[in-house]
Design a protein around this ligand. Structure first.
Ligand code: 6PG
Length: 485
């Protein structure tokens, strides 16, 4: 805490010093914070930014040229320059830094000022901060912001949660800067407490699942279908023109056209196959486990990032664990069609898992989430935006208590007409020795969920056999125990 306070003192340099009161402030002028703030300025609000780094502050001033904007490295000046009640957003790295900045601000803030944390904060941290700030009479919002740097600049999807009173103070600004779909802003009050961060966490869980499914589809098309980068580009471009239309499919198509600046060939072939992670996907899996809600495709995605990071072990094992596999002969066009259908099926299961988790978390944590509104604000601006989300919105509009998206009529039809393609590509991948953890778990999730009699009667029998844990029967009410022979 002290270290940051000292940095602020040393750098008390105002880039613009004319006294004026500003509508909206941002702490953290990295690319996300700067872009979000410039977006606010585009909508007619005066803006002020604070960063300990003079260069970042200077960059804001340059990029905001001609707009009512100021940047400073002095926290006291920053707070004093804002109109009251102050509206201050934080786009700083999640974790300790958020607490340090909040404590710094608290020295200067007044009751009813609003702090908006826009980072990927862990929802339990938001709950703690809400309690802490309540004591100080400063209102707080934990807000998920999705869309990357471009989204922040030109229209992100925004998921605010926490104090409704605070939301009402910033509603107009957030609606103005958010992405729009059919003129509807991609922002809505998500709910009480840490609802905003929780929804963003699950958004990222779904993001992980979709990215892993896309990686597996790439593996199949490349290594079974033999598609080269140009053909891969064409395949994903075609997908993006149909039912798979989505941001992630669109950028996947683009990626295959990127030449390598540092050598010959295409960039995709030079990128190390070790996927990093900041934690939001893992949090989704962990929290789903805590609530007992299955999200196997998200779990698979987190697991595959873990396996990918064992690069050296994998290289060694590739020599030791050589087995014969048979690459099936395929018709390229037919394979592209099958993989597209399989992706569509699996994307639906990923959204289904995420929505089921949100429904349960809302009950457990009293968020009061509206799943229709969640799907609505995910239709634009965010990383998982997809044409499919309009149907998801409709499904929850028809039935707000839908137990699982898969049983909505439209989605049931989609699943029934695409599952054979998924089965077919999984079979081919098994023969070829290609891992399809996310595709396979998506299919098993569907098969298990629609199975009226799973074999877990055996699990119950075993539990009772070795530990007298008891079981229930299908033909009689009550709890039973057997003295097993
Ligand atoms: C978004 C993204 C964003 C971030 C991811 C990356 O919605 O704009 O999700 O929040 O890019 O969190 O996460 P990993 O580093 O864990 O892949």
């Amino acid at each position: 805490m002290r270290i940051i306070a000292n940095i602020f003192k040393k750098n008390q340099i105002n880039i613009m010093s004319k006294k004026q009161f500003y509508d909206f402030g941002m702490v953290g002028l990295g690319v996300m914070g700067r872009n979000f703030l410039l977006n606010v300025a585009d909508h007619g609000y005066s803006i002020i930014g604070l960063d300990t780094d003079k260069e970042q502050a200077q960059a804001l001033v340059e990029e905001a040229e001609g707009k009512p904007a100021k940047a400073t490295t002095d926290m006291k000046d920053f707070v004093a320059s804002l109109k009251t009640p102050r509206k201050i957003m934080l786009l700083v790295p999640a974790g300790k830094v958020v607490d340090i900045v909040i404590d710094g601000l608290l020295k200067h803030l007044e009751p009813n000022d609003v702090i908006i944390d826009g980072g990927n904060s862990f929802f339990e941290d938001t709950e703690r901060r809400l309690e802490y700030l309540k004591e100080k009479k400063v209102t707080f919002l934990g807000v998920g912001v999705s869309g990357g740097a471009k989204g922040a600049r030109f229209g992100p999807s925004i998921m605010p949660g926490g104090s409704k009173q605070a939301y009402n103070k910033v509603k107009k600004i957030l609606e103005a800067v958010s992405a729009k779909v059919n003129d509807e802003p991609c922002v809505a009050y998500m709910g009480k407490g840490s609802a905003g961060n929780y929804v963003k966490m699950v958004h990222n869980g779904i993001e992980y699942a979709m990215m892993q499914l896309l990686a597996e589809s790439y593996d199949i098309l490349k290594n079974i279908g033999g598609l080269n980068n140009e053909e891969l580009h064409q395949a994903y471009k075609k997908y993006n023109r149909g039912k798979l239309k989505s941001f992630l499919v669109e950028i996947t198509a683009e990626i295959f056209t990127q030449k390598d600046d540092l050598g010959k060939g295409m960039l995709i072939d030079k990128i190390l196959d070790k996927a990093k992670q900041k934690g939001t996907g893992k949090w989704t899996s962990q929290n789903a486990m805590d609530f007992g809600i299955p999200v196997p495709t998200i779990d698979a995605a987190v697991t595959m990032r873990g396996i990918s990071s064992l690069k050296n072990e994998r290289l060694a094992a590739s020599k030791i664990l050589k087995v014969r596999s048979s690459k099936p002969k395929v018709d390229k066009n037919k394979l592209v069609k099958e993989v597209g259908d399989a992706l569509f099926f699996a994307f639906i299961t990923a959204y289904s898992q995420g929505m089921a988790l949100l429904a349960d978390a809302s009950k457990e944590k009293g968020f009061g989430l509206d799943l229709e509104a969640t799907a609505r604000i995910w239709r634009g601006g965010c990383i998982i935006r997809a044409a499919l989300l309009e149907d998801i919105r409709k499904a929850f509009s028809n039935d707000a208590n839908l137990p699982n998206l898969m049983v909505d009529n439209t989605f049931a039809k989609h699943l029934k007409s695409n599952h054979n393609s998924l089965r077919s590509i999984i079979k081919k991948s098994i023969d070829a020795g290609i891992p399809t953890l996310a595709f396979s778990t998506s299919l098993s999730y569907f098969d298990a969920y629609r199975d009226g009699r799973l074999p877990l009667n055996l699990t119950q029998a075993q539990r009772d056999h070795f530990g007298s844990h008891t079981y229930e029967r299908i033909d009689k009410d009550g709890i039973f125990h057997t003295e097993w022979e």
